[in-house]
Structures are given as C-alpha cells and as structure tokens.
Design a protein around this ligand. Sequence first.
Ligand SMILES: Nc1ncnc2c1ncn2[C@@H]1O[C@H](COP(=O)(O)OP(=O)(O)O)[C@@H](O)[C@H]1O
Ligand SMILES: [Mg+2]
Length: 266
Amino acid sequence: MKTKIISVINQKGGVGKTTTVINLASGLSARQKKILVIDLDPQGNATTGLGLSNNESSVKTIYSVLNGSCKIFDAIQKTKFENLDIVTSNVDLSGLEVETASDAHRALILKDELTSYLNDSRGLYTHILIDCPPSLSLLTVMALVSSNSLIVPLQTEFFALEGLTQLIKTIERIKNNLNTKLDIEGILLTMYDKRNKLSSQVEKEARDYFKEKVYKTVIPRNVRLSEAPSHGIPVLIYDKNCPGSKSYYSFTEEFLDREKILESAA
Ligand SMILES: Nc1ncnc2c1ncn2[C@@H]1O[C@H](COP(=O)(O)OP(=O)(O)O)[C@@H](O)[C@H]1O
Ligand SMILES: [Mg+2]
C-alpha cells in the first residue's frame, strides 16, 4: 500500500495547524491507520502536544535528518499512543535555512529523504502528516515539494481569507515546477464561534469561493482543545466527549470518506 503524505499548512500562526495534525493523527490511529507525524516547526508544538520533549539534545530530530546527520528511520520515535509515531522537532531547526544557503537543491532534501525511507520501509505507515511552520519559508517549501496533498486550516475570523491568495500562489508555483500532482485536499474551518456573526460570514465566504473543497465538519472554539496539549495528549483522549473531540472525530471520518472518493476517482 502506498503511504500518503499530507501537509497541514497555512502561513498564518495560531490557526489550528498543530491542533489539526495532533487530532487527525489521533483519530486516524484509532481507526487502525498507521500514522507518522513529522514536526516541521522549530517551535516543536506537535512534539510536546504528543507527549515528547522538544529540548533534549541527545535525540534525533527532523533537523538531524535535514542536515544530513541521520536518516528518517533513525529519527522516528514512538508516542504513548498506538499506531502513532513521530519525528520530533526543536528550535535547532530554525538554523537550517541559513546553514543550507549554499545548497541549490535544498528544497528537495525532505522529499529525497522521505522517498528513500518509503522505498525501504515497505508501507509501514498509511499516512505521514507534516505539521508546517507559520511561514512560506524553506521548511514550508520542503513540505510542499514532499506532499501528495494538503489540508489548510482556516480560522473563522476576519482576515482569514486574506493570506490564502498568497498561499495558493505558492502552491501553484511548486506545482508548476517541483511537484505537479500537488493539490489542496481540503480546507478545514477552525475555531468557529457560533455566537459570533463573523464566524458564519467567513464560513459563507469560504464555501462560496472554495465550494466542496471546504470540509462539512467545522471545528468549534473549545477550551478543551487548548488544554489538551499541556498534558501532552490529543483531545480525543484527554476528553473524548467534549465538542472539540466530537468535531475532530467527525473530521477524521470525513477525511477518510473523501480519501476513498479521491482514490476511486484516481
Ligand atoms: N478549536 C480551538 N478552540 C480553542 N482553542 C484552539 C482551537 N484550535 C487551536 N486552539 C489553540 O489555539 C492556539 C493555536 O493553535 P495551533 O493549533 O497551535 O495553531 P498553529 O499550529 O496554526 O499555530 C493553541 O494554543 C491551541 O491550543
Ligand atoms: Mg503550529
């Protein structure tokens, strides 16, 4: 079986990328999918949110992979959760852009490492989820070049759609040059506040413009979602009955349904 590589991407910070990576990973792993999360953000929030350390100097991280000092296989760590592994990140990763400045092919490093890993691993994972940093820098380009598809979380607040034009331009550029099959799999509306008129306005605008690309599931603003990371566990385990859990559970189902449709169309 082919491993699908999905990046969760939006150059804005605080829109729910990491929360989506953690909880989609958790939802899929509960559905017996085999998941590898790659934390590609120097902040290491997916790392700590899944219960691992982002300040232990002895461990191999995604930075070690990208600077050529180890292979992906050697950097994979188990989480406490079944079917869910991770390549962690820490602040060292923020030096990569400068350190690789003279390497003309640096945008391809992650893709090449993933390709060689997948050639050797014989489909151990069904999905690899990449948590992107809040920028359109080298790291994000690496993720775009490596991915089969993209999930874009969109915070249902003012200016939400504004940055999207730039993101779509970047995606198109990568598509034309380095990754012809790249496409947005879906747009996920996050932090929805049903008491706030703005939320429904942004939802309407997004659905009018992006049509069926926008997932039916909407993630509500829910304090449990913001508490879970400090305990190092996905909300689906922290409090499986809260609105945040229920929404990420529905999102996982919708993601799997859409994937089935995409596969049968391929
Ligand atoms: N639906 C939500 N409801 C409440 N808080 C949320 C929700 N989604 C994310 N958060 C919180 O908002 C902050 C930013 O979310 P995060 O997923 O880290 O965004 P990003 O990775 O895009 O920067 C975090 O503190 C997170 O716990
Ligand atoms: Mg993040």
